[in-house]
Design a protein around this ligand. Structure first.
Ligand code: SAM
Length: 355
């Protein structure tokens, strides 16, 4: 991953980026941080890049031309990486957005200063505007560092095995459960006994309950968005691996329902409005038979059909009549299995975030 950071304070970026796990990622060649000093593109003999705002008012504004030239300096050989302007006037960065940005090979991060940047150049060069929170910083550098740090966690090789977790807080709109390490008793506080049982099923259940409780207490806004995810599969057993992998990647606590099993097919199942059903199927007519006993209650859903075609009207209509609101449809014809799963996962997370 290559980050081009366009800034008036390249030293601030370079010194912060050289530390800790991020710095190690740079040394190992997984990440490149290329800083561009916008001042180097000033046409002014004193290297000034700011001027008074038209219409009056406090502070200075960064001029359009040096910013424009700085951006052009990183657009070489037909490459046109996405340009992000860090600004408080934008949607706040989320874990889903971080994951989406990590799929890019290069990113250009434009840091403003003073009262910001001349609007005309932003309209011309910025592909996206991102804020890191609802407060105002003195410059975009800390915001760029936050974004790079979060994105780098998804860059292969940056985290060592023992540091990486498939799921982190927020990836499924849940805050992570509390963590404990040795000693077993500290300041007369014992580690919760369930964690010492070695019973993985019980531990997972306890952690899930803790995550839900913590999210409800600390982030009621996220709690409202929590969905239980179900990957509902019907198709040949050799296609089940795709459904399994999708289920594992989608949510720490998701459930795979294999509708090749008669027991499931015969039983009635009603999904709620707080569930998210991802139907993974190969044959639409066969799936309609297998899913005859399931229904939703305005349940958000996605349909993934293997093959070169997207799911057809008849199947979508069948789900709609059964109480599902299909928000996303996709087909999985590509060879790149891992890439397909990641792409589809990200799209489903986007849909969940927007609920
Ligand atoms: C003092 S701020 C300018 C604020 C601007 N006058 C306004 O009211 O929106 C200077 C620069 O800091 C950066 N910045 C400030 N707060 C930010 C935030 N919450 N997220 C991302 N960048 C931020 C932007 O690049 C901005 O151009």
């Amino acid at each position: 991953m290559i980050f081009h950071v366009l800034t008036l304070f390249p030293d601030m970026i370079q010194s912060a980026a050289s530390a800790s796990i991020f710095g190690r990622g740079i040394k190992a060649g997984h990440i490149t941080v290329h800083t561009v000093n916008i001042r180097d593109f000033s046409a002014n003999k004193y290297n000034r890049v700011d001027d008074y705002p038209y219409g009056g008012g406090a502070g200075m504004v960064m001029e359009a031309e040096p910013v424009y030239r700085a951006v052009q300096s990183v657009m070489k050989e037909g490459r046109r990486p996405k340009v992000i302007y860090l600004t408080p006037q934008a949607p706040v960065l989320t874990q889903t957005k971080v994951e989406e940005l990590a799929a890019e090979e290069e990113l250009v991060l434009l840091c403003g200063h003073y009262e910001g940047i001349d609007e005309r150049v932003l309209a011309e060069v910025a592909d996206e505007y991102i804020s890191i929170g609802d407060y105002v910083l003195t410059g975009g550098e800390l915001a760029a560092l936050v974004l790079m740090d979060a994105v780098s966690r998804f860059v292969p090789g940056v985290l060592h095995n023992e540091e990486s977790s498939q799921f982190e807080s927020l990836q499924d709109n849940l805050l992570e459960y509390p963590q404990y390490t040795r000693p077993e008793v500290w300041h007369e506080k014992a580690v919760p006994p369930v964690l010492l049982t070695g019973d993985h099923k019980k531990i997972t259940e306890w952690r899930h309950a803790q995550s839900v409780q913590r999210t409800r207490e600390r982030r009621p806004d996220l709690y409202e968005k929590i969905c239980s995810t179900y990957v509902v599969f019907n198709g040949p057993e050799n296609a089940a691996l795709f459904a399994e992998t999708l289920n594992e990647k989608l949510s720490r606590y998701g459930m795979l329902l294999n509708y090749n099993r008669n027991k499931l097919i015969r039983a009635k199942r009603v999904f709620t409005a707080r569930d998210f059903a991802v139907f993974v199927i190969e044959d639409e007519a066969g799936a309609m038979t297998a899913f005859r006993n399931i229904s939703g209650t305005d349940t958000p859903a996605a349909v993934i059909l293997s093959g070169t075609e997207k799911p057809g009207e008849a199947f979508l209509h069948f789900l709609e009549k059964k109480g599902f609101a299909v928000l996303y449809t996709e087909n999985t014809a590509e060879e790149d299995f891992e890439g397909e799963v990641s792409r589809i996962c990200l799209e489903i997370r986007r849909q969940m975030d927007s609920l």
